[in-house]
Design a protein around this ligand. Structure first.
Ligand SMILES: [Zn+2]
Length: 275
């Protein structure tokens, strides 16, 4: 894996909401163990057969959680962006051999040793509350995926997928191919091609060279199944908040996350230092 971006000096603005809360209100040890890594599209962060050594807090990257079956086929059961954490099972000392974490949209993330997170999780009651809160949101997301795949059309699923990706990325331009979307949804490519073609004919989206652009978001929301709205509600409901007393609460939450400038080393995901 090649490092494509030089780090400005020895600092980088981090954008991950969960990490921001951990650093500003809960743990004073994590900051010195952060490593900024590039996450290229298709990179597998957590293999199904391995207990991984690191957890990842995505900044502008988007990571799919895939449920994989014996014949190699898979479907996306969750997605993690700047609101969350990849590798949460390592924090509680376990692993799920059926879940694979794969980079869907490229970007950067902060990598932290699982051993440290596990230690802090066991040491700090506020951190346990925050992580369990986040786990609850992931369980809700996985449950919604199950109902969506069973009862909603491919076009509805495509709309939902584009909206969720756009929300997590904070952009209407999504670096996804129709083939990748078909794999994530666990459906045939032809079905996604037909649905995307209809949305483009209606002027709701456009696509070229591996990018899909949302042109009319309100109409995309109208054509999505209810799952997108449910996921939005859940995302805000479970968004972390830490009061001045250090106790966790629900929304209204931390509000705009203040970017923190951190002294970090930059590596690729294999641990090679950036030049
Ligand atoms: Zn749905």
């Amino acid at each position: 894996m090649n490092i494509t971006n030089a780090i400005p000096g020895n600092a980088e603005v981090h954008q991950n909401e969960l990490l921001s809360v951990l650093l500003t209100g809960i743990s004073d040890r994590i900051a010195s163990h952060l490593t900024l890594v590039d996450l290229p599209v298709g990179e597998v962060l957590h293999q199904t057969e391995h207990a991984e050594a690191y957890a990842y807090f995505p900044n502008d990257a988007l990571v799919s959680l895939l449920s994989v079956i014996e014949n190699g086929k898979s479907a996306e059961i969750g997605v993690v962006g700047s609101e969350g954490l990849v590798g949460i099972e390592g924090m509680i000392g376990g692993r799920n051999p059926y879940i694979q974490a794969k980079v869907q949209c490229p970007g950067t993330a902060f990598r932290v040793p699982n051993q440290l997170l596990r230690h802090e999780f066991n040491r700090l009651v506020e951190m346990r509350g925050l992580i369990l809160h986040y786990m609850q949101s992931m369980i809700s997301q996985i449950g919604q995926a199950a109902i969506c795949y069973r009862h909603h059309s491919i076009e509805q699923q495509l709309c939902r997928k584009l909206l969720v990706s756009s929300d997590r990325l904070g952009s209407d331009d999504i670096a996804l191919t129709q083939s990748t979307i078909a794999d994530l949804l666990g459906v045939r490519r032809e079905g996604v091609t037909a649905a995307a073609g209809e949305l483009r004919r209606l002027g709701i989206i456009d696509y070229r060279r591996g990018h899909i652009r949302i042109l009319e978001r309100a109409r995309l929301e109208e054509r999505s199944c209810e799952c997108w709205a449910v996921l939005q509600t859940q995302r805000h409901q479970f968004r972390p908040n830490v009061s001045r007393a250090g106790t966790l609460d629900r929304r209204p939450s931390l509000g705009p996350v203040r970017p923190a400038r951190l002294p970090v080393a930059r590596h690729d995901t294999l641990g090679n230092a950036a030049a």
